[in-house]
Design a protein around this ligand. Sequence first.
Ligand code: ZN
Length: 175
Amino acid sequence: MYPVARKLNLPLAGYKVSGYSFKQNVSSNNACKGVHLGEDARCKAGAKIKAIGAGEVVYCGIHPGAPRKGNWGGIIIIGHRQCKTKNDFYSLYGHLGKKYCNTGDKVKIGQTIALIGQSYTPNNGFWPTHLHFAIYLGPWKGAVLPGYYREGTLRTKLEYWRSPSNFIRNYNQIK
Ligand SMILES: [Zn+2]
């Protein structure tokens, strides 16, 4: 059972969506066609990434298949238990360089879990430096989750994903 997240914080100081937004259609980009399932926040290489709430690290590693444009480079996925509904959910952080946790670690809200990777390196997935941040409510099968939804591929379902900014805002309002 994952630790209960009583409150949630944003993962990055000065968090601002400045890149692909949640459910933005990026079908014009050859590297990653589909509907973007998270939010991208531009930041400097070395920016501290913090756990959004109490949880347990369920994935910590490099995107399988890297290096290749269109991947997340270093990834951390944290499992959390919702304090009200008791349902599980997952926070996902991509394009990470140095990581300060391992799979199986329990983390606290605000704990630094990683630093953003350098631009155009395997850690960053060969992108300009930014954080890819996503909230997933679907079943966890131990494998890296997709970053894009494409109809017909059966890789994920749109209803498993939430707007990260809205999810955190709403979570802290429901008592
Ligand atoms: Zn992204």
